[in-house]
Design a protein around this ligand. Structure first.
Ligand code: CP
Ligand code: NVA
Length: 312
């Protein structure tokens, strides 16, 4: 069976740590995996805009000797021009892997179920696993004692929140979440993460108070209040998220040497103030850089698996 990366929940902790070992190697030396993807073609189906995900995948695939084909919404209008299943079956005949950024998570699932090549979720409405893996790699990189620290996620219970929650709970990082009422993380994903935590030893706390969530934590994480596709609700959302800004008053409650994290893009003056995101505590550009190294290692991990199947 081919392997895909649809959600972090599908990886074992050993697989996550294996990806991190590969990431360390990729980060130490960009040429570490040589032409691992030589003569391989990777399609990037993007139904939404992207800076980090698109560019870091394109650069990473080039560094691995592979070729990228970017397919924006004008080329592949999933489910409109033709069914997602037909897109997937057709592209499986040309390509060796697909990275897909879609509006609906179900489109990623449909692509996966109809393809015989690896599919990587480059963000859906429910998950952002490449971001989540990069985030927990970045935390592990900054904190040797990563299984003793606590991350506070403040804001929308969205795709980034879900992947962070699953990632932390899989490998033993404690996580507190504070969202406004009506913007909570998905209940099923909270349950999954609580079950993971029983195995890993993570502590998970879900509530509404940013002040309670950040008290004495090592990491504060924030994401936009208005995700891609929610623009028509901007005014309402910005109103509802008042009180959830990561600012100097809030970060004072965390440990003195706390790290600020954000998946980016960020909106200074909304979910975070400039004096926090641009402070020495902020590691947002280390996170952005780590997308490149982590995604190269995800590709190596998925193709290592395919190579093993071919050898058997
Ligand atoms: N963090 C992230 O996925 O950024 P982009 O939307 O720019 O790809
Ligand atoms: N939650 C944001 C993340 C962007 C990387 C969105 O979905 O737009």
């Amino acid at each position: 069976m081919k392997k895909d990366l649809i959600r972090i929940q599908d990886l074992t902790p050993d697989e996550i740590f294996h990806i991190f070992e590969l990431t360390d190697q990729a980060k130490q030396y960009a040429g570490r995996f040589g032409d691992f993807l030589k003569r391989k073609n990777v399609g990037l189906i993007f139904q939404k805009p992207s800076n980090r995900t698109r560019v870091s995948f394109e650069v990473g695939i080039f560094q691995l000797g592979g070729n990228c084909i970017y397919l924006g919404p004008e080329e592949i209008n999933l489910g409109v021009r033709e069914s997602t299943a037909d897109v997937s079956k057709t592209l499986s005949r040309y390509l060796d892997a697909i990275v897909a950024r879609t509006h609906l998570h179900q489109d990623i699932v449909d692509l996966t179920q109809n393809a015989n090549i690896p599919i990587i979720n480059g963000l859906s409405d429910i998950y952002h696993p490449c971001q989540g893996l990069t985030d927990i790699y970045s935390i592990k990189e900054k904190f040797e004692n990563f299984q003793e620290i606590t991350v506070a996620y403040i804001g929308d219970g969205n795709n980034v929140c879900h992947s962070l929650l699953i990632g932390c709970s899989k490998i033993g990082i404690n996580i507190n979440i504070a969202t406004p009422k009506g913007y909570e993380a998905d209940e099923k994903i909270i349950s999954l993460s609580k079950a993971n935590a029983q195995q890993s030893g993570s502590k998970i706390s879900v509530g509404y108070s940013p002040e309670v969530a950040v008290k004495n934590v090592e990491v504060i994480y924030s994401d936009v209040w208005v995700s891609m596709g929610q623009e028509t609700d901007s005014d309402k959302r910005i109103g509802d998220f008042q009180g959830y800004q990561v600012n100097q008053d809030l970060v004072k409650l965390a440990k003195k040497n706390y790290c600020f994290m954000h998946c980016l893009p960020a909106h200074r003056g909304l979910e975070v103030t400039a004096d926090v995101i641009d402070s020495p505590n902020s590691i947002v550009f280390d996170q952005a850089e780590n997308r490149l190294h982590t995604q190269k290692s995800i590709l190596v991990f998925l193709f290592e698996h395919l190579n093993q199947i071919e050898e058997e």
